[in-house]
Design a binder for this molecule. Structure first.
Ligand code: ADP
Ligand code: MG
Length: 295
């Protein structure tokens, strides 16, 4: 359902297990109200992709997701024609003695619609819902793709030479994310509402962990969240994100660990830290210090 206010946005996301900061809920509410794309930037694992999923669930539609990568082209992002089936249709027409016409070849059923094109058309399962399009990790795509995207976002229409123009009656909610491995072009950012996603405060991370790793005790959830917050103040190459905190709680409960001690932390550190230099920094002494410094 379209949220009626910022509080309603917060509540609707929360009922789907997503705990947003007030700033993020405000940005999402405004993106919907002003029909502007939402640009989310932040470290990996802070909830950018998940926000788009939750927003789609909130609006009652399936998420359309375009994962970006180097060399992403319009055939994968927008549409392409299904050549094998077109050729088959052509052969069948010839065999039947028909003269091939353009509508033999360029039919709706031969048009392979990719996420950007799908986002301009209603959701067949819920035609009245606003579409939600996630353009994930735009920093991985190259600049020509950004330029193409800019054009699409300015008028939400696409013209396909053999088929016609496809235009969105209601512009989709567009969520663009970046892990900031490079700066995204100003022109693209200017078109969007911008929101930086940082690590959550303890209270919010506790709520997330309680919702996503309910099998762990409240006491252990407290201890893990405090320890992770401690790690984030250290000079690490890659600090653990929310995803890692959740994974860690799940790992500890799979191991039936009920108390955090230096040994259990040491044994499971690979769930939190994924770089050897970071792991090497956290020897037993530093782990014990970090555990002692909590609370
Ligand atoms: N605010 C949040 N509320 C609930 N779960 C969250 C939140 N932020 C992150 N998560 C959890 O962390 C995981 C990783 O988040 P994700 O959206 O994939 O991160 P990103 O896209 O920023 O790299 C999600 O699958 C979700 O379980
Ligand atoms: Mg992501």
């Amino acid at each position: 359902m379209q949220p009626a206010s910022i509080d309603d946005t917060l509540a609707q996301l929360q009922s789907r297990g997503y705990f947003a900061s007030r700033e993020l809920a405000t940005a999402l509410f405004l993106a919907l109200a002003m029909q502007r794309p939402l640009f989310l930037e932040g470290e990996p694992g802070v909830g950018k992709t998940e926000l788009a999923k939750s927003a789609a669930a909130m609006l009652g539609t399936t998420l359309l997701r375009l994962q970006c990568y180097e060399g992403l082209d319009t055939a994968s992002a927008l549409y392409e024609w299904d050549y094998p089936r077109q050729i088959m249709a052509l052969r069948l027409a010839e065999a039947a003695g028909e003269k091939p016409r353009s509508d033999t070849l360029y039919r709706d059923e031969f048009l392979l619609k990719r996420p950007l094109l799908q986002a301009l058309q209603p959701d067949a399962n819920n035609p009245s819902a606003q579409r939600v399009l996630l353009i994930d990790e735009i920093d991985r795509a190259d600049e020509p793709f950004e330029a193409f995207l800019l054009e699409l976002l300015s008028d939400f229409q696409v013209s396909i030479p053999e088929y016609g123009t496809v235009r969105a009656d209601v512009p989709p909610l567009v969520v663009i994310t970046s892990n900031r491995t490079r700066e995204v072009h100003d022109a693209l950012k200017r078109r969007c509402l911008y929101q930086w996603l940082g690590y959550p405060d303890r209270e919010r991370e506790l709520a997330i962990v309680a919702a996503r790793a309910p099998q762990t005790s409240a006491a252990l959830q407290h201890r893990t969240v405090s320890f992770v917050h401690r790690l984030r103040t250290m000079d690490l190459f890659k600090a653990p994100g929310i995803a890692e905190t959740i994974d860690w709680c799940r790992a500890l409960s799979a191991l039936s660990v009920t108390e955090l001690d230096p040994q259990s932390v040491q044994d499971t550190l690979g769930v939190l830290l994924k770089y050897q230099d970071d792991l090497a920094q956290l020897d037993t002494r530093r782990i014990a210090e970090a555990l002692a410094a909590e609370d």
